[in-house]
Design a binder for this molecule. Structure first.
Ligand code: SF4
Length: 425
């Protein structure tokens, strides 16, 4: 059963009399479990929909509609699948006490992997999940492999019953499922020869594995430092060497780069970022892989639409990681717009200074950084630092922050989104 949270005006659902609180029970006799069932089972032109209205009345509707016309309902969010692992580097273990309950959920959900590109380990799949992935052809999936060696992987995941990943992926690949993969690199565990072997075995798996990224493990003040540590510059450099080695083979044999390092890996190694061409379409940009090059490309592609900012003073709030790399983006942006950009790197006081990503910046830290800056006309805040309810990780709202700083603020994911809207008078 899935509950309706809203009905879109002038939609099929509105015409049928569905409303907030209607329970969607089945389509063509098949019970509905979540948004996947809803989307896949209602893809037909003709369908039999069984619902229960808030007053308890059950109704069956025979629906005929032009292909592609949506039924017009918003659904309650799916209950998140809990993770079956206990990785030493888990972000949840690195959270301080007192945050929103939802942040402490260890999610590992193949549905969100398919829909949003969240990485999943696939270690919590039940036979029914496997059937759904195949039946609905949920592809590509984003999979955290970490190591192809089953013993190393089980150790990393702290899950002695984790299934072997390569046979598992093979079972899906035989049904046409493809994968983007990642390796979170924990020094002394899955770097060095293990990393070489993992990259090699994933590549040799065949074209169903579309690519693999290597991301250095990231910890907070609260992480299990007695069990896991962050890699040194030398260890990151060594990993880049292995990525380059594998990418050279992939370019020669398949004409793609296939193996990538997260921007953070280069930053920690003190090595220049690779050029944009190597990222094979930036499939893992959300994972911090090629973010800087992607931003540069994005800005270049919309430069004609970034007008009206000449002479304006714009603050760009970011975490300390991107602060090192951001000048590579702000310089061309200043040339295109004529604005003066000022980088405002903010130290994360909630998680500790070792947490350098912009997406985890608390609202209070950004507020403090902006309050004494009346000379700025606009401040751009990292879009990923706010959830769908407009809250930062420390539960401060964007509205509150906007009301308590002396300049206009806008969220931005790629600069072009915020700067295509004209400057406020
Ligand atoms: S897979 Fe590991 S890192 Fe991810 S949520 Fe589970 S325990 Fe945490």
């Amino acid at each position: 059963m899935i509950r309706v949270t809203a009905v879109h005006p002038d939609s099929i659902a509105a015409e049928l009399g569905l409303c907030e609180g209607t329970e969607l029970l089945s389509v063509n006799g098949r019970d509905l479990e979540d948004f996947l069932d809803w989307e896949f089972l209602t893809a037909e032109e003709e369908l039999l929909l069984h619902v229960r209205q808030p007053d308890g009345e059950e109704i069956e509707f025979e629906i005929e509609r032009p292909l592609g016309e949506p039924i017009g309902v918003s659904l309650e969010p799916a209950r998140i699948r809990r993770c079956a692992n206990r990785c030493d580097f888990c972000f949840v273990d690195g959270l301080p006490d007192g945050l929103r309950d939802v942040l402490y959920i260890r999610d590992d959900d193949y549905r969100l992997s398919f829909r949003y590109g969240n990485f999943a380990t696939l270690t919590n799949l039940k036979p029914h999940d496997v059937e759904r992935i195949i039946e609905y052809r949920l592809s590509p999936l984003y999979v955290s492999v970490h190591a192809t060696d089953p013993t190393v992987r089980r150790y990393l995941l702290r899950n002695p019953t984790a299934p072997e990943v390569l046979p598992q992926l093979r079972g899906f690949a035989e049904h046409g499922i493809e994968f983007h993969t990642q390796i979170v690199m924990s020094p002394g565990v899955n770097d060095g020869p293990v990393l070489r072997q993992t990259l090699e075995e994933l590549y040799e798996f065949g074209p169903a594995i579309l690519g693999c990224s290597v991301v250095p493990v990231g910890l907070t003040e609260y992480s299990k430092h007695h069990l896991v540590r962050e890699p040194t510059a030398e260890e990151c450099k060594a990993a880049i060497g292995l990525i380059d080695e594998r990418a050279a083979v992939a370019r020669k044999e398949r004409g793609i780069n296939w193996a990538f390092g997260a921007d953070e890996l280069y930053f920690r190694a003190g090595v220049d970022l690779p050029v944009a061409d190597i990222y094979d379409g930036f499939d893992q940009v959300e994972n911090g892989v090629g973010s800087v090059r992607w931003l540069q490309q994005r800005i270049g592609s919309v430069s004609a639409r970034l007008a009206g900012w000449e002479g304006k003073r714009i603050g760009v709030v970011t975490g300390t990681a991107m602060a090192q790399l951001m000048p590579m983006v702000l310089k061309p942006l200043a040339e295109i717009t004529g604005a003066k950009f000022e980088l405002i790197p903010v130290v994360n006081t909630l998680f500790g200074p070792s947490v350098t990503t912009a997406g985890l910046l608390p609202g209070t830290d950004m507020q403090r950084a902006l309050q004494g800056r009346p000379e700025l006309e606009l401040a751009l805040l990292p879009g990923e630092s706010v959830n769908d309810d407009g809250l930062f990780i420390d539960s401060m709202s964007l509205d509150l922050l906007a009301r308590t700083v002396p300049m206009q603020v806008r969220l931005s994911w790629d600069f072009s989104d915020a700067l295509q809207i004209p400057a406020a008078a």
